[in-house]
Design a protein around this ligand. Structure first.
Ligand SMILES: Cc1ncc(C[n+]2csc(CCOP(=O)(O)OP(=O)(O)O)c2C)c(N)n1
Ligand SMILES: [Mg+2]
Length: 400
């Protein structure tokens, strides 16, 4: 038995951000399910977005309901990115405060909120939004996030899986002996699934708990990942769009910016690096009234830095933060993770981005984008503020 969702209930809030995904990769557009119709001669066919097949089987809803109501210990919901918009998060959070609250046990503490998959198209977050945590990239940390749960309920996502396979480490991250249930598949109407579930466990009228505006104290001193995130959380304007290709430096960016002003968070599509700058560019084209901040690791930025020229040419309001650690830092960790201890000079040389050191402010200027270099946290916050206040593109090179 399938439910059909009336046309009027389909959500359209992904529309403003259509363009960046179309630009950033074919894979994104496939995921969005667009571009199926052949265009008429001389006209571009309107893309189709959202979920064409809105389904939630009675069996899935009943099983999830049973799980939630019968929970004697904590459970967890892992939500796919189609479930990370305002409406669905409110529906998910409404499950709090009922017997089903075991699924979302906390009131905003890290690890006690709905958990999103590792890589997501777009998450609505910050003050006034339902907080969401994200599955972490390092296997041990991801396992830790899931360690206490007996049930994993999938809402439009796949079973939590490690990014890479490592010797001696599991690929499937849910604890042994836990049960994984599918409430809705990625192609289903996830908002509808969550709303129906909330209804069935008597949580439909609940008011969701949302994040407050409470950024970390203004950071000072030498730059680190957490200080960069704290500076960002303080200056991010309401309605900003963040394009995140911050790679290893940005490991904690998502957590630390949780109580910033309300904003949208876009991630790159997965493992292939280089789409951060185009993603930010596309977001600025699609949403000219919203400031865009691009968090960009230096190695990844080298793949597509010509996007800066496009930003200058089109006068796009993008503030790019280059995380200039002058290396492919993440790959040093990956070498260790696969058991390659004590790498030699040749191997390490492959992972450094020096000789010559990249001059990001100079590169930007050469493409018509103004910018500045900073080396400490207070200066970073000021530089980001200047970038955000400057119409058109601006680049901040953070050296550390
Ligand atoms: C298209 C593509 N080429 C190469 C790689 C391999 N790769 C993964 S991470 C990485 C380096 C990332 O360096 P950077 O962007 O500076 O981030 P950091 O590790 O310093 O945080 C590379 C080359 C990839 N994932 N995708
Ligand atoms: Mg780097």
């Amino acid at each position: 038995m399938r439910y059909t969702v009336p046309r009027s209930r389909r959500r359209t809030d992904v529309l403003p951000l259509v363009l960046p995904f179309v630009l950033s990769s074919l894979l994104s557009s496939l995921l969005l399910g667009c571009g199926e119709a052949a265009p008429e001669r001389g006209r571009i066919a309107a893309p189709r977005f959202g979920h064409a097949t809105a389904t939630l089987s009675r069996a899935a809803a009943a099983s999830a309901r049973g799980r939630l109501l019968g929970a004697s210990s904590q459970e967890v919901a892992a939500a796919g990115d189609g479930a990370l918009h305002r409406h669905s998060l409110a529906a998910a959070a409404a499950l709090e405060g009922t017997p089903a609250g075991a699924a979302f046990p906390g009131r905003g503490a890290p690890g006690e909120v709905p958990l999103a998959q590792m890589s997501n198209r777009r998450i609505e977050r910050g003050a006034g939004r339902v907080p969401v945590d994200r599955l972490r990239y390092p296997v041990d940390q991801a396992q830790g996030q899931l360690a206490h749960f007996r049930h994993v309920i999938l809402v439009g996502t796949r079973e939590p899986t490690a990014f890479f396979a490592y010797p001696g480490k599991p690929s499937l991250l849910a604890p042994q002996g836990s049960a994984v249930h599918t409430l809705a598949r990625p192609q289903d109407d996830l908002v509808d699934a969550l709303e129906r579930l909330a209804e069935r466990v008597g949580a439909a009228g609940e008011t969701p708990v949302v994040a407050s505006f409470e950024p970390p104290p203004a950071p000072t001193g030498l730059l680190s990942g957490d200080k960069i995130a704290a500076a960002l959380a303080g200056v991010l304007p309401e309605g900003a769009i963040v394009a995140d290709e911050s790679v290893s430096v940005g490991r904690n960016f998502f957590q630390v910016t949780r109580n910033a002003r309300p904003h949208s968070w876009l991630q790159v599509t997965g493992g292939a690096i280089g789409c951060g700058l185009p993603l930010a560019t596309g977001a600025a084209v699609a949403c000219p009234d919203r400031p865009v901040v691009c968090l960009e690791a230096d190695g990844s930025a080298m793949y597509t830095l010509q996007a800066l020229w496009t930003q200058a040419r089109e006068g796009l309001d993008v503030t790019t933060l280059i995380l200039a650690n002058q290396s492919y830092a993440i790959l040093k960790g990956e070498m260790a993770n696969v058991g390659a201890r004590n790498p030699g000079r040749k191997a390490l040389d492959m992972l450094s981005l020096d000789r010559p050191t990249l001059d990001w402010v100079g590169l930007a200027r050469g493409m018509g984008v103004e910018g500045e270099r900073v080396e400490d946290a207070a200066a970073l916050a000021e530089a980001l503020g200047r970038g955000l206040a400057t119409p058109g593109p601006y680049l901040v090179e953070a050296v550390f």
